[in-house]
Ligand binder design. Sequence first.
Ligand SMILES: C[S@@+](CC[C@H](N)C(=O)[O-])C[C@H]1O[C@@H](n2cnc3c(N)ncnc32)[C@H](O)[C@@H]1O
Length: 295
Amino acid sequence: MEKDYTHVSVLADEVVNLLITGKSGVYVDGTLGMGGHTARLLDALSPEGSVLGIDWDPEMAALAARNLAPFGARARIAQGNFANIDEIASREGIRSISGVLFDLGISSLHFDKASRGFSIKNDGPLDMRINPDNPLTAYTIINQWPYEQIEHLIRVCGERHSGRIARAVLDARRKKPLETTAELGALIERVAPNHGEKIHPATKTFLALRVAVNYEFDNLTRGIQKVMPLLKPGARLAIITFHSLEDRIVKETFSIMAKMGGWELVTRKPVKPTEEETLANKRARSAKLRVIEKL
Ligand SMILES: C[S@@+](CC[C@H](N)C(=O)[O-])C[C@H]1O[C@@H](n2cnc3c(N)ncnc32)[C@H](O)[C@@H]1O
């Protein structure tokens, strides 16, 4: 039997309060996941209000369609990359949007489902593609990229032992390709143990691989650029990030937009989850929400 996967939406009250500026508008949830934030938005909107939910992963889009069925035509679902939000919105006949949400990264289902290859704990193939049609996998990076590229990738994602890890990967793959997440996790633990720290020593390498496989920073930058002309005056863009590299992109881009004119920061400092939320949902610990409004 198919396991029942769950995902608890992060900063959901804050998103509803800060994103909705008109109850009958058309909103876009660019990272639909299982539809948690979309459902909360639809509950708060009037019967005329609607949400277009976009997810790059066809499996998530199908799950969300099932979860959001009770909302009928008020919940529209599209499979695609939010970096192409302009084309997706135009296909759906949407010309002006009242608010857009990006809740970045991957869903709990991605971590929990071993076959997707995102998790150090749940052993699976070195995959990590959000959209399984993409050509690049973590396997290709680990088994084919040259030393310099692997070392650079994991260094920019904050791994201090990037040289040691990249060298160990190249030594190991000379004997046989590295196939699974547990194999890679164990190799990193051997060459770069982080005695006493709470996170697994391979955490930063896994994050770096996921970001590269899904060109996440590029999607984020393009997504923001594409949203800008689609928002109507008074509409807002809300972005939840989960690590400092993507938060820096959002912070700097929003700050440039505000300086350019025509945009106002709604959150001068990022909104963070309450202690109560982080106790109830570990994944929320590193979340930061930033919101900007079109004037
Ligand atoms: C953190 S989860 C969203 C959870 C959702 N807000 C909820 O409450 O259930 C992020 C989702 O965004 C999707 N995603 C990641 N990058 C994407 C992109 N570039 N375009 C569209 N969806 C993307 C992932 O497949 C994942 O389902």
